[in-house]
Ligand binder design. Structure first.
Ligand SMILES: Cc1ncc(COP(=O)(O)O)c(C=O)c1O
Length: 420
């Protein structure tokens, strides 16, 4: 079995719509390292798209899964419940921003969490409309695709989409969009397209993920909170990519001094096991009638066991603080590279959620340069992901548990790849 033969079989047996970044197949992985089926080693700064803040196969996580494997693997929580679900809900309710009473429901994927957040917001407000942001990514199901603010490749050929979804621009220093512009666009929407009293929710990523690792200005989040309070709209924070210590806090919303009414999370919650959730004000979460929420696999016991271990590891290994320290090291290295790499237009992020954006000599987005850096890094054994509205951003999603020497090795590869 080698990469080439697997690629041939993959191309014949699976659809091209699942675009694959790497020309090799995984064999095994440990913390921030991954080996392909031919034995080649890579440093994994993609982390399964932000899923592995605690690294591949953290021993605490694998032990927790193994212990649960010996007890039961599935009952369907809404048929036969289990304590680990309740206990994780209690932990999440206590750990999320806001001192108010909260409740949490678990699901399987990020998109499913977002879908359910909208269902809950509609049930709680009796209103249909949702406002999202340009550049947002909320998933690939029909409703979450409608919320997603990027057409290619996510929406091409898949419409029509559910109605009553509106987009406003997300602030961007490079694009010259301020937080005031975004708030004004919402007020404008209330004049031109939708009565604010028909709006159930405004959904926002505190740091846009696929959109380019753009942190929301604090003034935007506070402005949204005030607007939501004024019109009885629910503020939904989509923390699917930002959650679980990536930004230097357990949740990114802790940076903004305001609490959302509803929060969605997934990815790094369960260290590689599929688990997502929606946490919100207790009275809002109780709006859907019994039977209105749930799904067969939602809150899988193996994934819940992993999530408990992940929360323990984040606290015991100080991963929020480590995210901050590693993010600073990466940023200062990238900042130092600016003198040698004129294509670097901006280095930005929050905590370890760092990205570098590239532009050409005319200031236009330079996706070709981002792609070339990504390819050169891959050849040297470092796995990187791109993102951004124009695909001209490289984002860093290394495990927060990455060993110091492996991190340094990766930074050296990055530096060499930036220089060509
Ligand atoms: C902010 C955000 N929301 C939702 C999703 C969708 O999650 P999933 O791919 O698990 O459905 C993603 C995935 O990247 C995301 O980054």
């Amino acid at each position: 079995m080698n990469n080439e033969s697997l690629q041939r079989r993959g191309a014949a047996a699976t659809p091209r719509g699942i675009a694959i970044s790497c020309p090799f197949y995984a064999d095994r992985a440990s913390n921030a390292e991954l080996w392909d089926v031919e034995g080649r080693r890579y440093i994994d700064f993609a982390a399964g798209i932000a899923v592995l803040n605690t690294g591949h196969r953290h021993p605490r996580v694998t032990q927790a899964i193994a212990a649960q494997l010996e007890r039961f693997t599935h009952t369907a929580y809404q048929v036969v419940p289990y304590e680990s679900y309740v206990a994780l809900a209690e932990r999440i309710n206590a750990a999320t921003p806001g001192a108010h009473a909260k409740k949490t429901a678990f699901f399987t994927t990020g998109a499913e969490a977002v879908e359910n957040a909208v269902k809950i917001a509609r049930a709680a407000t009796g209103r249909p409309a949702v406002i999202a942001f340009g550049g947002a990514f909320h998933g690939r199901t029909l409703l979450t695709m409608a919320l997603t603010g990027k057409v290619a490749p996510y929406k091409v050929g898949f419409g029509p989409f559910p109605g009553d979804v509106y987009h406003v621009p997300y602030p961007s220093a490079l694009q010259g969009v301020t937080h005031a512009d975004s708030l004004k666009a919402i007020l404008n929407l209330f004049k031109t397209d939708v009565d604010p009293h028909r709006v159930a929710a405004i959904i926002i990523e505190p740091v846009q993920g696929e959109g380019g690792f753009n942190p929301a200005p604090v003034a935007l989040m506070q402005g949204l909170r005030a607007l939501c309070d004024q019109y009885g709209i629910l503020l939904v924070a989509d923390e699917v990519q930002t959650g679980f210590a990536r930004t230097g806090k357990l949740f990114a919303m802790e940076h903004f001094g305001v609490a959302p009414d509803i929060m969605t999370f997934a990815k790094s919650l369960a260290g590689g096991m599929p688990l997502s959730g929606v946490c919100g004000r207790a009275e809002i979460m109780d709006a859907p009638a019994p039977g209105g929420l749930g799904s067969t696999y939602a809150g899988n016991p193996l994934a819940l066991a992993a999530a408990h271990a992940v929360l323990d590891v984040i606290a015991e290994e100080g991963l929020a603080e480590r995210a901050h320290a590693l993010g600073e090291r990466l940023r200062s290295r990238l900042d130092a590279m600016r003198a040698h790499v004129p294509q670097i237009a901006e280095v930005r992020g929050l905590g370890a959620m760092v990205a570098v954006e590239f532009a050409d000599a005319s200031g236009a987005p330079d996706a070709a340069f981002a792609g070339a850096v990504q390819q050169r890094a891959l050849q040297k054994g470092l796995l990187l992901l791109t993102c951004g509205m124009y695909g001209n951003v490289i984002r860093f999603l290394f495990p927060l548990t990455v060993q110091d020497d492996v991190f340094e090795e990766a930074l050296a590869i990055l530096q060499a790849s930036l220089q060509g």
